[in-house]
Design a protein around this ligand. Structure first.
Ligand code: DAH
Length: 377
């Protein structure tokens, strides 16, 4: 900075000459106009409007002028700086608007694109169906009980009152582990089978607990069936067992009605038909009202129903009052306690509930089958 000049002696300060101020202003305006990005403008701002820019330095020189010259020089510099700041603000606004417009295009999100390249997995419809049924009973206070899939013959048959020569042993189409038993079923063999039903969990549950017992047993079971549209050698059942004082067939019927109403609607009901199972006495086959036609297709040729073949009822599974011999085999006093039980296949329920026509679709693992069931987890 030049030294103060107190006397009236209009010293010519080079930087404050009008042509120089004009040049500085013009250079600043040109630099701002040439800045093609906010970063470039920031550099131009530092160079032409910052504290060490030519105009700022010139401004400091004003103090070195004699008083009479200060006003004019101050006005000249002030106007130049005003013009520079105005141009800077205008260019800044322009470049910001350009950036905002560009960002809107570049960073826009196409919400119609798939959100994920790897679709999340979902549990198999058989699993969700089985759990949905089990949940009905869990909400009534039943406990989930499980047993092994490789099961002792004693649990699978003997404890359930299938005698050694009982024809039902053969009817069960059993997979024997390490060879079948000899004729009659008693000698030879390992005494170990792949369980043919979930009923052995009844015996296990009774041996594990003191009555009252309220258990529901979902699980995988095996039979030597060929895989076709209506059979599979590996399938699923759900079993229910209640043992308490004073239980009657009315409790069984009420429980079945509650289950079908929870799963298929409040106006549903069940019916029982006499049947035979070694482990229940009396035993029954349980049917539920056809949930599609609600029985209205019966005798009504104008409204045929494919789901129930216009019979009005769908066969669900077996049930009955627990045979006292089973209670005794499991250490429960049949004089004091009674019980009811039922069991049915999950595949069948999935078939008629969702119009699945071929059981093979359930085991082949093709996601085109499972996907329409949604992502329920
Ligand atoms: N375990 C039988 C089957 O696989 C079904 C069954 C019938 C289960 C009657 C039961 C019952 O609990 O009481 O065919």
């Amino acid at each position: 900075m030049s030294a103060p000049n107190k006397s009236y002696d209009p010293v010519e300060v080079e930087a404050l000459k009008p042509e120089n101020i004009e040049r500085m202003r013009d250079e600043a305006l040109a630099a701002f106009a040439a800045a093609d990005s906010l970063e470039a403008l920031q550099e131009a701002k530092t160079a032409h409007a910052g504290g060490t820019s030519p105009l700022s330095l010139a401004n400091r020189e004003i103090g070195a002028l004699p008083p009479q010259a200060k006003a004019e020089a101050g006005k000249r510099v002030g106007q130049a700086r005003g013009a520079v700041n105005k141009a800077l603000a205008a260019r800044q606004a322009e470049l910001e608007a350009e950036r905002d417009a560009r960002v809107l295009v570049e960073e826009s999100v196409d919400v119609t694109l798939p959100h994920d390249r790897v679709p999340a997995g979902a549990r198999h419809p058989l699993t969700t169906m089985m759990e949905r049924v089990a949940d009905v009973f869990v909400s009534m206070g039943y406990e989930i009980a499980e047993g092994p899939e490789v099961e002792a013959e004693w649990f699978n048959f003997d404890a359930l009152n299938f005698g050694p020569d009982h024809p039902a042993r053969q009817m069960q189409d059993t997979f024997f582990v390490e060879g079948p038993k000899g004729p009659g079923g008693t000698d030879g063999g390992s005494g170990v089978v792949l369980r043919t039903h979930t009923s052995p969990v009844q015996a296990r549950a009774l041996l594990d607990r003191e009555p009252p017992v309220y258990v529901v047993c979902p699980g995988r079971v095996y039979r030597t069936d060929e895989l076709d549209a209506t059979h599979t050698p590996v399938f699923h059942q759900i079993e229910l067992l209640a043992v308490d004082e004073g239980l009657t067939m009315a409790d069984l019927k009420g429980t079945l009605d509650h289950m079908v109403q929870s799963l298929f609607g409040a106006d549903m009901k069940t019916r029982l038909r006499p049947n035979f199972f070694p482990f229940t006495e009396p035993s029954a086959e349980m049917d539920m009202l056809c949930y599609v036609c609600r029985g209205e297709s019966v005798g009504n040729p104008d409204r045929p129903c494919r789901t129930c073949s216009s019979e009005g009822w769908i066969e669900l599974g077996g049930c009955g009052m627990v045979n006292p011999r089973v209670l005794t085999a499991c250490g429960v006093d049949p004089e004091k306690y009674s019980g009811f039980a039922f069991g049915f296949g999950i595949e069948r329920m999935l078939m008629f509930r969702h119009n699945v026509e071929d059981m093979r679709d359930m085991v082949e693992g093709d996601v085109r089958f499972t996907r329409p069931f949604g992502m329920e987890i």
